[in-house]
Design a protein around this ligand. Structure first.
Ligand code: MD3
Ligand code: FE
Length: 215
């Protein structure tokens, strides 16, 4: 735990969760409102939608993407697609502010030359959750996933390397950034059901950006 204070910027700290995984508390707080605005720009071109899993369940989290490819799911499976399946159009470009933040956060966690292709944007309203899972649709098994929390707080579930192990609960807030890669790339993780509330930047929502190097 390394607290940093510089003048008027919000407090930051680096918390090492395990080898390859860090939580950068407050890393994006000063850019949060610009990031939320950029999310609205992306969603104007590619609206949030509730995807259906291969098992036939409709996800409680609403999703959209920006970047060269986007993560999608339907009855046939999960995949990265260059086009939004709802419109056939390419996903909106990744905003400069997104890329800049992701690259700086990855470097802070020790991953140099991070070059994410995709940003999956998750929107949680009260009750929405993400069950324990691993992200393994990406080819590069070392490059990190960078996660940026915006708006309402949530509880991250951190399950370690096996599904049956104990699960840590970590509260994350607006501006917190998690980076996990290398040996931590395939840990089980999820998000507990969102508590309702109101946040000045996002209203009744939590928004999470996850950056991925896909190929
Ligand atoms: C890192 N989304 O889209 S944080 C996904 O909040 C996904 O929407 C999460 O997992 C979300 O595939 C991104 C995932 C996570 C959970 C717990 C963690 C990352 C973590 C605990 C420690 C470090
Ligand atoms: Fe995930």
């Amino acid at each position: 735990m390394t607290p940093l204070f510089d003048g008027d910027s919000p407090p930051r700290s680096t918390e090492r969760l395990e080898e390859g995984a860090v939580l950068l508390r407050g890393f994006a707080t000063s850019q949060a409102s610009a990031l939320v605005e950029a999310v609205a720009g992306v969603a104007a071109g590619a609206p949030f939608r509730h995807l259906v899993t291969p098992g036939g369940y409709t996800m409680s989290v609403a999703m959209t993407n920006c970047g060269r490819v986007g993560w999608v799911s339907d009855r046939t499976g999960y995949r990265y697609d260059t086009a939004d399946p709802d419109t056939g159009a390419p996903w909106p470009a990744m905003p400069e502010a997104f890329l800049d933040l992701a690259v700086r956060a990855a470097a802070e966690a020790g991953f140099v030359s991070y070059d994410p292709h995709a940003c999956l944007i998750n929107r949680y309203l009260a009750g929405a959750k993400l069950g324990l899972h691993r992200d393994h649709d990406e080819k590069d098994a070392w490059a990190p996933i960078v996660s940026v929390s915006l708006g309402l707080p949530a509880v991250f579930l951190w399950g370690g390397q096996s599904r049956s192990g104990s699960v840590r609960r970590l509260r994350v807030e607006n501006g917190d950034v998690a980076v996990w890669g290398g040996p931590a790339r395939f840990v089980y993780h999820g998000v507990a059901p969102l508590k309702d509330g109101l946040h000045p930047l996002t209203g009744a929502a939590r928004i999470n950006l996850t950056f991925r190097k896909v190929f």
